[in-house]
Ligand binder design. Structure first.
Ligand SMILES: [Zn+2]
Length: 103
């Protein structure tokens, strides 16, 4: 998740930029990138594999139960299915693992 360092809110997309509650702040949309070898090895351990340029030209990592992770060029990450309170990707990956064990 991308959080505002000022108000702590998750930034949301708005007219081509990201916004939070702070009127004066906005961020340009950040590009999505392929992970490093270390990141990819780690993601693979959790069942994620790289998808390069789908029908929409997007790149991402596809994992169990259609979970999708975007790695961003600012070393952040995002996933629409991740609970908002996960700041580190490791927390999210551990959470997916625990979900899979239960089901
Ligand atoms: Zn803010």
């Amino acid at each position: 998740m991308l959080l505002c360092g000022n108000c702590g809110e998750v930034r949301r997309e708005e007219r081509g930029v990201f916004k939070c509650s702070c009127d004066e702040l906005s961020w340009p949309k950040v590009g999505r990138v392929k992970g490093t070898e270390t990141e990819e090895t780690d993601l693979a351990k959790h069942g994620f594999h790289f998808v390069e340029k789908d029908a929409f030209g997007d790149i991402y990592y596809l994992g169990p139960q259609s979970h999708i992770i975007h790695l961003l060029e600012n070393n952040q990450w995002e996933s629409s299915k991740a609970p908002d309170h996960f700041y580190y990707m490791q927390e999210y990956l551990a959470w997916i693992d625990s979900k899979l064990r239960v089901s």
